[in-house]
Design a binder for this molecule. Structure first.
Ligand code: G6P
Length: 604
């Protein structure tokens, strides 16, 4: 999704901005641009396509020490040079980059157009540039404040003014803005990925805050000009973590990082003495946790699917009714929030707009919500009362892999913790704990078989459609397997409960529609065999992901090791991730930045 980077200091801003934009590429975007103060006014360059296409338009010598940059993911208006940010007013005195959506843009734009203002783009952002330029205040920050008080919607913005060439103004409402503090230089960005190369000292803006940055310092106030007390925090991220190392793609690197990532998620959280888990950040006393009668997971995309699996795990272990719901569906149905329901917000980035809005809906109605988050210090993490961090390290590929499996690991820990306070015996707790300890090593064994999965991925790459089926946990694995395949290879993939196949989809099963069957070694194996027979009878090719040989012959069989039954999804997803990756390579898809998708969806 859209990304912002801004720099004010003593160095040439252009290469710093371009490098910052590269660091934001992973979020998904379709055009890019920068604006820099130079002698004689603002210089603005932008282009549809990748950052390198915008870079090709930059003059060799563009000197200026103050500038802003943007990667745009189209919302208002198609991807084009005109719609790319920065946007300026008619005299090109004001330049604005913006993440988010201005909801009352239509009415405000119509008014300006009626007064004779000519717009050059279809964006809601251009409106901000015209409105700020029309303000008559002495300072840029006052002018921006005055405009932002009149707009509704979500924004993170950065603004340059040709009449104030020493400064940048940034503001936040619903879309993240973080200030980076370096030696004689200040940065602003929508994502620490763009700053981490230069500094680890950051200040997060809160909603309704605005900041003025010069090369000598920064000041944060509210939109009502009340000074905000901000304490810088240190981000524990290494620039190298945003590097592909020797891997062809971030997706592949992150798939192979999973054993280490899961080991980090587990570190210090297993309590063998009582066969339970230790979770320091929940901020709820054990006795208070026991009063909850239901649990609900909220998230979007893969985070929602991880919640589906998490709900099944926790329900089995803690014998508390659990379910998961897409965060956007939840927030728009005026949900009944019960005091004895515990909500978990699941989000890699901690910035997904719909998940945040669902959290706020729960909190507004007096409910308790905890975060399962990867990004430390992110908005959802700060909004929740407590929670569990994944510690997976940065995930750069648009599609989620390592954070998905780390989220499942966290749910296993929560299930173990709650279960051991209820009916799970010490012996049963120990069985899960031991399986968790062995999990990273088992994951590595599966990943070592990449060649086998790559061949399968290539073999299935020519199909246009695929079904993924499973029962119970297996169905949730099928959901994530199908999502991975469609996200990166653009093969139409649909997940179905295996039991539902004959109630409709079987009509579409032919020799041209393979089915990927998730067949854990549980008490439903026979039922799954019956479904596979039904598919074979219609000439449908079947690829089975199983935990042992199957009594039925299938086109392809991938066997993963036995583990605790609740952890089987972790091992079964590894081949599915690699199959999706290699199918996408065979189809020459942009694996790390699939078309139309964004890493972090910060708009509705
Ligand atoms: C986007 C990404 C998905 C991700 C979802 C939720 O759609 O493309 O991979 O699962 O957002 O993101 P979150 O950061 O909340 O986990």
């Amino acid at each position: 999704m859209c990304g912002i980077v801004a720099y004010v200091g003593r160095q040439n801003a252009m290469p710093i901005l371009v490098e910052g934009l590269r660091r934001l590429e992973y979020r998904g975007y379709d055009s890019a641009g920068i604006a820099v103060h130079r002698a004689g006014g603002l210089a603005v360059f932008k282009a549809k396509g990748k950052v390198r296409e915008m870079e090709a338009r930059l003059p060799a010598r563009l000197k200026g020490t103050v500038g802003i940059g943007h990667t745009r993911w189209a919302t208002h208006g198609e991807p084009s040079d005109e719609n790319a940010h920065p946007h300026t007013d008619s005299s090109e005195r004001i330049a604005v980059v913006h993440n988010g959506i201005i909801e009352n843009a239509g009415a405000l734009r119509a008014k300006l157009e009626a007064d004779g203002t000519e717009f050059t783009s279809e964006t809601d952002t251009e409106l901000l540039a015209h409105l700020i330029a029309a303000e008559k205040g002495d300072s840029l920050i006052d002018n921006v404040r005055s405009v932002l008080r009149r707009v509704s919607g979500a924004y993170g913005v950065a603004v340059l003014d040709g009449d104030h060439p020493e400064e940048i103004v940034v503001a936040r409402n619903g879309s993240p803005v973080v200030i980076g503090i370096a030696d004689k230089a200040f940065f602003a960005a929508s994502d620490v990925a763009a700053l981490v190369r230069h500094t680890q000292q950051v200040v997060y803006l809160d909603d309704g805050e605005i900041a003025r940055l010069t090369k000598d310092g920064y000041e944060v106030t509210t939109l009502d000009a009340v000074p905000s007390e901000k304490t810088p925090s240190t981000i524990e991220l290494d620039d190298m973590e945003f590097d592909k190392a020797d891997f062809a793609h971030f997706m592949l690197k992150e798939i192979h990082e999973q054993p280490d990532a899961v080991a980090r998620t587990l570190r210090g959280r297993l309590e063998p003495r009582f066969s339970t888990a230790r979770l320091g950040g929940l901020n709820i006393e054990a006795k208070d946790l026991l009063r909850f009668k239901r649990i609900k997971m909220l998230g979007c995309g893969s985070a929602y699917i991880a919640g589906v699996l998490g709900a099944k795990m926790i329900e089995r272990l803690a014998r508390i009714p659990c379910d998961a719901e897409p965060a956007a569906e939840f927030r728009y149905r005026n949900p009944i929030i019960e005091q004895d329901t515990l909500y978990f917000a699941v989000s890699q980035s901690g910035e997904t707009f719909d998940t945040l809005a669902a959290v706020e809906e729960v909190q507004r109605k007096g409910g308790t919500v905890l975060g399962i988050i990867n990004s430390v210090g992110s908005t959802i993490a700060r909004t929740c009362k407590g929670g569990v961090y994944l510690h997976a390290g940065p995930e750069v590929a648009v599609v989620s892999t390592k954070t998905f499996l780390c989220t499942l690991t966290v749910f296993a820990l929560i299930g173990l913790y709650l279960g051991r306070m209820k009916d799970v015996s010490p012996a049963e707790g120990k069985r899960l704990l031991t399986a968790l300890e062995a999990l990273p090593e088992q994951m590595q064994q599966v990943l070592d078989r990449e060649d086998e999965f790559a061949e399968v991925g290539r073999k299935y790459a020519h199909y246009d459609h695929a079904y993924f089926i499973g029962r119970n946990e297996g169905f949730a694995v099928a959901m994530e397997g199908a999502l991975k395949l469609k996200e990166v290879s653009y093969i139409h993939a649909e997940a179905y409960p295996a039991s539902e196949l004959k109630h409709g989809p079987l009509a579409l099963v032919t020799a041209q529609t393979p089915t990927i069957a998730i067949v854990p070694n549980d008490d439903l194996v026979e039922k799954n065999m019956a479904t596979i027979e039904e598919i074979k009878a219609r000439q449908g090719p079947v690829l089975a992901i199983a935990q042992g040989e199957l009594p039925v012959e299938v086109e392809d069989l991938i066997v993963v090791p036995e583990t605790h039954e609740l952890l089987a999804p972790v091992l079964m997803l590894l081949p599915l991730q690699l199959i999706a990756y290699h199918a996408a390579l065979a189809r020459e898809c942009d694996v790390d930045q699939p078309r139309n998708l964004a890493k972090s969806v910060t708009v509705e």
